[in-house]
Design a protein around this ligand. Structure first.
Ligand code: NAD
Length: 458
């Protein structure tokens, strides 16, 4: 799309925002219901599109792309009327008499840039929040999942006028062109390096934004952990979507006492889930460049299990690697694929030395039956969110804000957190006129009286 057309579209979105009737909460609920009805009719197309993009099994599309989206839609349809009402807060006695309220107002024109790894869900979930809150949206899906991007465009153009929401497909060049415009809010999901570029680009307009990024998520297996359950839940969370999940465990830290037993369980579980089934329920890597990047990361590493690959299919088998050097490519960046490094540890100092060697992660997981230990881990390390005795499942609870910290992201969303992200809090004091205490007006004759008040605060 040419810059001129983008500018025209944004003028139309501005006009939409000015027409309050179009943007009323009732009208938005109507649109969310229409979106839900359209999703139902498009389900099969979504399943097929995601499969064409990277052979994601139908079950995973139903659970990780569709179910969470319906949940978010239902929640907003049910709650947006209530959440949108101005919130009364107690007034300050200095302003007596007054009544004070917080109005939850839309930001305006929102740009959403989405990644390819959950190409439907990560594009549509922020759109639901943004639209429900009264914003307009331009959504740029990832160019690396083109079939899903096509279905997204069909769905959005069926439900919304362009002046309310529009999908613009394209690559980095179109993303850059979009970022040159003046937005009221930018919601970016993607890699840390691109997140950095995005925040630099929008800094010139000082645009408020959310960055949903990635990082190296540690996963600790303590000596008290339930080994069988831990192995299953780690293999599931890591190798779902072939490890192409922002919150997948990036590396394991296993207590020395259980290392051998746990490693055996991991391998047995991998065989049962994927290898013995000829990788039937196993997503492929998104494209050849990603395949090449991941397979080359295995050069010079000690492979404990897996490592087989098929470039025709962009398939890399689940692979366990023994304690890569921190300076190796595997540990210099987020792995974002089906390779899992295993480290052993003996005490808390070892955990600290490893986890704190990297930027603050998006997620952290700890498998333990020792409550004091898990509390210490939560208090000690800084990370976006996490789970005790499972992986990635914090994502599904829409009552938990989802987001990173430091290099893993800025801001959060999902459920009420999405409402808070896509609205601005407008603070209003309504002063009454039946009383007007003159102390604040010049000439200042009541200095001593105010000093008396001040003493109450000193
Ligand atoms: P990416 O950063 O390469 O691309 C994301 C989006 O940004 C795409 O739409 C792409 O076209 C666009 N883009 C690329 N270069 C750009 C530029 N220079 N300027 C503006 N836009 C640009 O990420 P990806 O490869 O699609 O996704 C994988 C990454 O996303 C991983 O790092 C993963 O951890 C992260 N991720 C984070 C979350 C989260 O919720 N925190 C979820 C999924 C993925």
């Amino acid at each position: 799309m040419a810059t001129q057309n983008i500018e025209e579209l944004l003028r139309a979105q501005d006009d939409f925002l000015k027409s309050s009737a179009e943007a009323s909460v009732t009208e938005r609920i109507h649109k969310l219901k229409k979106l839900k009805a359209t999703l139902k009719t498009q389900e099969q197309n979504i399943i097929e599109a995601v499969y064409k993009d990277f052979q994601k099994p139908e079950f995973e599309v139903l659970t990780t792309e569709l179910f969470v989206v319906y949940k978010e839609l239902n929640l907003f349809i049910k709650s947006i009327q209530k959440w949108s009402k101005p919130t009364s807060v107690s007034s300050d006695w200095l302003n007596f008499p007054s009544s004070d309220k917080i109005y939850h107002v839309p930001w305006g024109k929102v740009l959403i840039i989405a990644p390819w790894n959950y190409p439907f869900q990560l594009a549509i979930t922020p759109l639901i929040g943004a639209i429900a809150c009264g914003n307009t949206v331009v959504l740029k899906p990832s160019e690396h999942a083109p079939h899903t991007a096509e279905v997204l465009e069909t769905i959005i153009s069926n439900v919304f006028e362009e002046s309310q929401a529009k999908v613009i497909q394209g690559d980095v060049e179109i993303a850059k062109r979009l970022l040159e415009q003046k937005w009221d809010y930018v919601f970016f999901t993607g890699s840390v390096p691109v997140g950095r570029i995005v925040s630099q680009q929008i800094a010139k307009h000082m645009t408020p934004h959310t960055l949903e990024l990635g990082g190296k998520n540690p996963c600790i297996v303590d000596a008290t952990a339930n080994i069988d359950i831990a192995a299953k839940r780690i293999v599931w969370g890591k190798f779902l979507n072939a490890g192409q999940t922002c919150i997948a465990p990036d590396y394991l830290l296993i207590h020395d006492d259980v290392r051998a037993e746990f490693q055996d369980r991991l391998i047995a579980t991998l065989k049962t889930f994927y290898v013995d089934k000829a990788f039937k329920d196993y997503t492929r890597l998104i494209h050849r460049a990603h395949f090449d990047r991941l397979t080359s990361m295995l050069n010079n590493e000690r492979i404990l299990y897996g490592g087989q690959s098929d470039s025709e299919e962009n398939l890399l088998a689940p692979t366990l690697v023994d304690a890569p050097n921190f300076s190796s490519p595997l540990m210099q960046e987020e792995i974002f694929g089906p390779i899992l490094p295993l480290y052993s540890y003996t005490n808390f100092d070892d955990l600290q030395a490893t986890i704190e060697a990297f930027d603050k992660p998006l997620s952290l997981y700890v498998f333990t039956e020792d409550k004091a230990f898990s509390e210490r881990v939560i208090q000690q390390f800084n990370f976006g969110g996490g789970v005790i005795n499972d992986t990635i499942v914090h994502f599904v609870n829409d009552k938990l804000p989802f987001g990173g910290v430091g290099a893993s992201g800025l801001g959060s969303y999902h459920g009420k957190a999405s409402f808070d992200t896509f609205t601005r809090k407008k603070a209003m004091v309504h002063r009454k006129t039946w009383l007007d205490i003159p102390i604040k007006y010049p000439p200042y004759t009541r200095v001593n009286l105010f000093k008396f008040f001040l003493n109450l605060f000193r």
